[in-house]
Write a protein that binds this ligand. Sequence first.
Ligand SMILES: Cc1cc2nc3c(=O)[nH]c(=O)nc-3n(C[C@H](O)[C@H](O)[C@H](O)COP(=O)(O)O)c2cc1C
Length: 192
Amino acid sequence: MWKPIIKFISWWDEAKNNSKLKHPSAVCVSTIDEHGFPSGRFVDLKSVDESGFIFCTSLDSQKGRDIQRNPKVALTFWWETIGYQVRVNGLASQISSSLAEKYWKTRSRDAQITTLSCKQSQYFFSEQDLYKQFEEVKKNIEEKQIPKPENWGGFVVKPITIEFLTFKESRLHIREQYTINGDEWQKRLLQP
Ligand SMILES: Cc1cc2nc3c(=O)[nH]c(=O)nc-3n(C[C@H](O)[C@H](O)[C@H](O)COP(=O)(O)O)c2cc1C
């Protein structure tokens, strides 16, 4: 496997296993909106390998629409307890429906009902409505296994650059940047 992906997996494992982070898979995904502004928000990283970094979401959400218009995205990780930051730039594309199905099945029933009861990123009037919608869907749903809605899926971000930063109190952070060139990754150091 590619060296920077191996390194990422080892840092992510450390964040998951040897640190007290409650959400070690949280990653800020930045997209470009229709006015050309960057827009960042956290999502859960589902997996990573040579094909890229996978997260799931509503395809009709703002980020979903942004990516369908402009696939250039950035991912930013910060694992406070171990002092690592990782930045990824790359191109996002939709994962297959069957792969999205696999991730859908790993979600809790409540999370699935939330997805069914909401139109992610749309305006609405009151917090009360949110609970009412949720309870209504919950009451009416009979299926044991809730099927994945059409508009819920995932994206895989194929990396172009990956930067690893080891935080130092002195601010002499160590920054290693990997850039893909054909099928080869070039490693360079950046001043902190
Ligand atoms: C720790 C954390 C994890 C989150 N994970 C996801 C996720 O995996 N998928 C998702 O759609 N939203 C997730 N959210 C909610 C998003 O941050 C965001 O509010 C939502 O996706 C709507 O974003 P958008 O309107 O920019 O598309 C998460 C939020 C936090 C704080």
